[in-house]
Design a protein around this ligand. Structure first.
Ligand SMILES: Cc1ncc(COP(=O)(O)O)c(C=O)c1O
Length: 408
């Protein structure tokens, strides 16, 4: 048994999290993820999932996963470089890089792992080379996995500049100040889509700065891959920059089937280095065949059914306009993340509870997750939502809005 002191300290911390409104409750779904799910024996509309294309329970994906079990079994009991590489891993890497327009791609167990693996591999000491210092420029609202990835980079090898969210003048100023310093190389890192607002990074401008200051540009496209761009290849395609972003990271855990699986895509020399050096790749099991086969299927479906992409966009516009017509303050955007701004944290907390009671599951976000005074309901729209389901969600939203005096 561990000490009384530790027991008390843990209890105290849990209490403090509750008092600060930071304690997360895990609601239990009973059955598959989808536009409607079952919670506590009741069907509710699901507007809080990253299942943007509705592939999480798509029959084609489920079949691909099931079939793979017969052929490849359940697991591989190995990391990639020992005995955990199947031909299907290589097939997925090839398909993924073709889809993204990159030279190569390397799979990780998650996008969290791919981000952790990338930065340490690039910035820590280079095998057989002299001592160095690199510098990294990172948007302050980049995903937790990017922030944590810097902690695996050795202090003596890396300096960090965190620029205010989306403030590219500040980014440029920092780049300018470092211009004549003796850094080995520079890296600019940004999320492609910031998930609290669904806002897109200004990639054309960031790319311009990366070119001007000869920095490597890294874009984490977790919320954009399978969602944005003509073929779903993410923010680079959306902005006409496909093939021009140095390094992309992303996930199969959101739009592309929604299970697990992350990647880094870019030049072959980068993926080769990662295969040699990246600890979260080398020392962690390879993706299970069912996930690999289902992910291959997800990429195939995206190609065969471009309607999925237009449908999620159509549905997002429909919901955004509908909520606005009701009188809510809805952020502008082109992503299926649609925040309905309420401002007050307590109000948002109460409202999300009332919505769930009436059968609408949506997540409320408040300080410190978002800036103080900008509490919101974050709706996430899916291609799988029917118009009837979106109408029903809007009806519930209107009812609760009126009941709470937010709408007249
Ligand atoms: C921008 C971004 N990067 C990385 C991740 C982590 O993805 P994964 O669930 O594959 O680890 C997420 C997921 O929330 C994300 O939003």
């Amino acid at each position: 048994m561990y000490s009384k002191k530790l027991t008390e300290s843990i209890e105290k911390e849990l209490e403090a999290l509750k008092t600060a409104g930071k304690f997360k409750v895990e609601r239990e779904l009973e059955g598959a993820q989808g536009p409607e799910v079952e919670i506590a024996g009741r069907k509710v509309l699901m507007f809080a999932s990253n299942n943007y294309l509705g592939l999480a329970n798509h029959p084609g994906i489920v079949k691909a996963a099931k079939d793979s079990l017969g052929e490849y079994g359940f697991g591989l009991s190995s990391v990639r470089f020992i005995s955990g590489t199947e031909t299907i891993h290589k097939t997925l890497e090839k398909k993924l890089s073709e889809f993204l327009g990159t030279e190569d791609a390397i799979l990780y167990s998650t996008n969290f792992m791919s981000n952790l693996g990338f930065f340490a591999s690039i910035t820590n000491e280079a095998f057989g080379a002299e001592k160095h210092v690199d510098v990294i420029y990172s948007d302050e609202l980049n995903h937790a996995s990017i922030i944590d990835s810097f902690k695996l980079c050795k202090k003596e090898n890396l300096e960090k500049r965190i620029y205010p969210h989306g403030d590219l003048a500040a980014l440029e100023q920092a780049l300018e100040q470092d211009k004549d310093k003796n850094y080995r190389f520079k890296i600019i890192v940004t999320d492609g889509v910031f998930s609290m607002e669904g806002y897109l990074a200004d990639l054309p401008k960031i790319k311009e700065l990366a070119e001007k200051y000869e920095a490597l540009l890294f874009v984490d496209d977790a919320h954009a891959v399978g969602v944005l761009g003509k073929t779903g290849a993410g923010t680079p395609e959306h902005f006409g920059l496909q093939g021009k972003i140095d390094v992309l990271s992303g996930t199969f855990g959101k739009a592309l089937g929604g299970a697990v699986g992350g990647y880094i895509a870019g030049k072959k020399q980068i993926t080769e280095l990662l295969r040699q050096k990246s600890r979260t790749y080398m020392f962690s099991n390879s993706l299970p065949p069912s996930v690999v086969m289902a992910s291959i299927k997800a990429l195939d479906l995206l190609k065969e059914q471009p309607k999925l992409l237009s449908k999620v966009k159509e549905n997002s516009d429909y919901f955004r306009n509908g909520a606005r017509k009701l009188g809510f303050n809805v952020l502008d955007g082109e992503h299926p993340i649609v925040p309905v701004m309420l401002g007050d944290a307590a109000l948002t907390q109460t409202m999300s509870k009332k919505l769930l009671e009436k059968g609408l599951y949506v997540v409320g976000l408040w300080f410190p997750v978002v800036p103080e005074g900008t509490a919101r309901l974050r709706f996430q729209i899916s291609a799988a939502h029917t118009t009837e389901q979106i109408d029903r969600a809007l009806k519930i939203l209107a009812e609760v809005g009126k009941e709470m005096g937010i709408l007249k």
